[in-house]
Design a protein around this ligand. Structure first.
Ligand SMILES: [Zn+2]
Ligand SMILES: [Zn+2]
Length: 243
């Protein structure tokens, strides 16, 4: 698994096995997706599907071209499709459970100000990955499902003090801080502390705000809460994490 890009400029994560590959969100340009997938050692032709968490532009920017030029099928829930501003040629309905070769995906609802946002559980052999960004708070199901995950990718969006003292207008601060906005470093740390398995391979911190956070602050807060390797995602791809 590898996060290809993360944050308000665009999100995409590549998950692959020897035989199958999927993208979770494609919020960077199709060209960038293709380059970063190739740089990970697989070709865009070998990607089986693109799964969309919700309709915000930083999660869907590349899907039109990826669908038209490379024939990639894009999956989103029916309510998300109804509210999607980009409508790719190849569309599928994202269901609660789906199989792409030897990768099984389950989705679960998350609290965010989109119409039908979901988080992902990804299963392959004995490994389980939980990937969730854009959440206003950590709901009980997320805390439960993280307990036996080998790897968790979770939002660590902002430092509450930086946000409150920063330049954002009041309404935007309230939106981000709300129960359906974005997860703070502090709340991310608490969620990890209460749920993450000690044997987890790593935790990836995602969707960091460029205005209201720093990679160092996010990392420090997570490391104060869990004793597993912490990987901070950003504009550039992370290392490849093998499970
Ligand atoms: Zn969003
Ligand atoms: Zn987002």
């Amino acid at each position: 698994m590898r996060n290809l890009s993360s944050g308000s400029k665009g999100n995409s994560t590549l998950v692959w096995t020897d035989d199958n590959a999927i993208l979770l969100d494609a919020g960077i340009s199709a060209l960038q997706v293709r380059r970063r997938v190739a740089d990970s050692g697989i070709e865009i032709e070998d990607v089986d599907a693109i799964l969309i968490s919700h309709e915000h532009i930083d999660h869907i920017r590349g899907i039109d071209v990826l669908s038209r030029r490379y024939g990639k099928k894009v999956y989103a829930t029916s309510r998300t499709w109804e509210n999607m501003k980009i409508v790719p040629d190849e569309r599928g309905i994202l269901r609660r459970e789906m199989r792409f070769g030897d990768i099984v995906i389950r989705t679960f609802p998350v609290p965010h100000d989109a119409v039908d946002p979901v988080g992902f559980e990804i299963y392959h052999e004995d490994s389980k990955v939980v990937a969730v960004t854009d959440i206003g708070h950590a709901p009980p199901y997320l805390l439960e499902t993280m307990k036996d995950a080998s790897l968790v990718l979770i939002e660590s969006n902002h430092d509450v003090d930086m946000l409150q003292n920063g330049p954002y207008p009041y309404y935007l601060k309230q939106r981000i801080l709300s129960e359906e906005g974005h997860l703070s470093n502090e709340d991310c740390g608490k969620a990890l502390a209460s749920s993450l398995n000690r044997d987890a391979v790593a935790v990836m911190l995602a969707h960091l705000s460029e205005e209201n956070n720093t990679p160092e602050l996010a990392r420090r807060t997570a490391e104060e809460n869990v004793d597993v390797p912490v990987i901070v995602t950003g504009l550039e791809p992370t290392d490849i994490i093998e499970l």
